[in-house]
Design a protein around this ligand. Structure first.
Ligand SMILES: [Zn+2]
Length: 322
């Protein structure tokens, strides 16, 4: 509340000054309080048993039962400073400058012999590329991220239609636009899973993106939140055995978003790590850039995933967008 002294000073300096101070106070309030990433509902997950690095690493290199298909839904270009921390000394040494960074937006199809067909992330719907505003992408997001720069290879609509089986669920790495951008093509009632805090995380920037995320999730069931427990070894922030049979593992990799989740899929030809956006500068150990909410934590998550991959050199690594 303003004090009597403050009100007197504002009155003396005139209505414009008072209005400007009011606006500044309002913006400061919004910056402090922020708003949630989404107003979409969230419930505890019906899948996933808390496990450990020791358990996953004991079985990781054995052939597994899940057939994996990598689908490049869309090529796109986004600001390089958003995806790579250009202030990292290794990025500076490489001479990286800001500008358009070409990226791909993926979906991954997982076919489990008894549990069914699942997606990791969702690709992009045709409507989002042809008519972003009509698809629910808000004005700020359209201005900042230029969905018109997307070049579609296979839409989420086409992908879902050709799966040949009902979709049993979608495992999201996180709830950013380019990972939920295929959700309008996913049949209503399909189970949707993501890490803790993905809908409830509060930030100033969510004021501009919440409406878009809500629109893309509209009509879907509440997001089922992975119930991680601390990894006893401390090598990761948390590990879940998704189906309880050791075939698919969720690994908490916070930083880019609080519940960012990487997945390890055991396929007949060996393990595959889907990093999500926990990794951008994988080979040069450079953490993500300004699109990440907590860069110090993303440094730790990237290091943890790189160490896991180094201990299991047979593991194939797929990055979020490269
Ligand atoms: Zn992304």
């Amino acid at each position: 509340m303003p004090t009597i002294q403050t009100v007197t000073v504002l009155a003396r300096r005139g209505p414009c000054f008072a209005a400007a101070c009011g606006l500044a106070t309002f913006i400061a309030f919004l910056a402090g309080a922020g708003c949630s990433a989404s107003t979409h509902g969230a419930v505890a997950s019906s899948l996933g048993t808390p496990s450990s690095s020791d358990a996953i690493e004991a079985v990781l290199d054995r052939p597994g039962p899940i057939a994996l298909e990598v689908v490049n839904s869309t090529d796109w270009a986004v600001p390089r400073s958003g995806v790579i921390n250009l202030d990292n000394p290794r990025a500076k040494a490489a001479g990286l400058k800001d500008g358009d960074e070409p990226i791909a937006v993926f979906a991954y199809v997982l076919r489990h012999p008894t549990r069914g067909v699942f997606l990791v992330d969702s690709g992009v719907t045709e409507r989002l590329v042809r008519d972003p505003a009509g698809a629910g992408v808000g004005m700020f997001v359209r201005w900042a991220l230029h969905p018109e720069k997307m070049h579609l290879h296979e839409s989420a609509d086409h992908l879902v239609a050709r799966l040949g089986a009902p979709l049993a669920g979608v495992f999201l790495t996180h709830l950013h636009l380019d990972h939920v951008s295929g959700m309008p093509a996913v049949p209503r009632g399909t189970a949707v899973f993501a890490g803790p805090g993905e809908t409830t995380d509060r930030s100033f920037w969510n004021l501009f993106t919440q409406g878009t995320i809500d629109a893309l999730l509209a009509g879907h069931a509440a997001v089922q939140t992975w119930g991680y427990a601390p990894d006893p070894s401390g090598r990761t922030a948390g590990v879940l055995d998704v189906f309880g049979d050791g075939s698919l593992w969720a690994i908490l990799a916070p930083g880019h978003t609080p519940g960012s989740t990487a997945y390890v899929v055991r396929t007949p030809s060996g393990p595959v790590l889907l990093t999500g956006d926990a990794s951008w500068g994988w080979e040069h150990d450079v953490e993500p850039g300004t699109f990440s909410g907590d860069r110090p934590r993303s440094v730790g998550s990237l290091a943890s995933l790189r160490a896991l991959a180094a201990r299991h050199p047979r593991m194939t690594v797929h990055f979020g967008h490269q």
